[in-house]
Design a binder for this molecule. Structure first.
Ligand SMILES: *Cc1c(COP(=O)(O)O)cnc(C)c1O
Length: 232
């Protein structure tokens, strides 16, 4: 089942690329495996998937230890400063940096292990009160500060769009994040690369790809619904 779903998501990404004149090679699928067992991740691996996303530090670490080391783990959920040390050497990319203090902690942990840690800045484009992330207006000033940290490397922006019935409703959100990344990129800041745009989830990744996503984070569409009643 996982293999079929992966195939299906891949097909949808290719279709969205075709529709918008993009090269499918520009889009990376992150299989969001949070709450899902090792056996399902292994199924995805057998189907060729090597990049996985987790939103909890503990779960990322456990799965990292249990599975082969050729996989890439992305931390996509909110990150507490006191937990950075556990993933500093494990996360291929941290998608959820939304404060200077968090970036400073990542810098500190990166220095300790002599690793420049790639990050994305999480932007709350839709300004939902329940979400983490900085506002569109706060993004550039924050990036200017973070760019001074030698063990943090900004690779782009991430957003979690609102849950909507019709994915078309999120098109303006994705378009706004893309525009923001173009604006920031044009400043040519040292130590800032705007090559990654992480946007789009199961409900709206096709629209996100049409609007320029270079990473989509798909969980349910690959692994099925999550059951939170029996986790942790
Ligand atoms: C859970 C999660 C996803 C995947 O959500 P689905 O709707 O299951 O595809 C993507 N991004 C983040 C930040 C998440 O926490």
């Amino acid at each position: 089942m996982v293999a079929e779903q992966l195939q299906n998501v891949g097909d949808e990404i290719r279709k969205a690329c075709e529709k918008s004149g993009r090269d499918p090679q520009e889009v990376t699928l992150i299989a969001v495996s949070k709450t899902k067992p090792i056996s399902m991740i292994e199924e995805a691996m057998e189907a060729g998937q090597t990049i996985f996303g987790e939103n909890k530090v503990q779960e990322l670490c456990t799965k990292y230890e249990e599975l082969p080391k050729n996989l890439e783990w992305h931390l996509i959920g909110h990150l507490q400063r006191n937990k950075v040390k556990y993933i500093a050497d494990k996360a291929a990319l941290i998608h959820s940096v939304d404060s200077l203090r968090l970036a400073e902690t990542i810098n500190h942990e990166g220095e300790k292990i002599q690793r420049v840690i790639p990050v994305l800045i999480e932007v709350n484009v839709a300004e939902e009160e329940t979400k983490f992330g900085v506002s569109v207006e706060e993004t550039l000033p924050l990036i200017e500060e973070i760019s001074k940290l030698p063990y943090v490397q900004i690779r782009g922006l991430m957003t979690i769009a609102p849950y909507v019935a019709d994915p078309e409703e999120n098109r303006p959100v994705f378009r706004k994040l893309k525009q923001l990344s173009v604006d920031i990129s044009s400043k040519n800041m040292n130590n800032v690369h705007m090559d990654t745009l992480s946007m789009g989830m199961t409900n709206d990744y096709q629209v996100a790809v049409e609007e320029g996503a270079t990473m989509v984070r798909v969980g349910t569409g690959i692994f099925g619904e999550r059951d939170y009643s029996k986790t942790n």
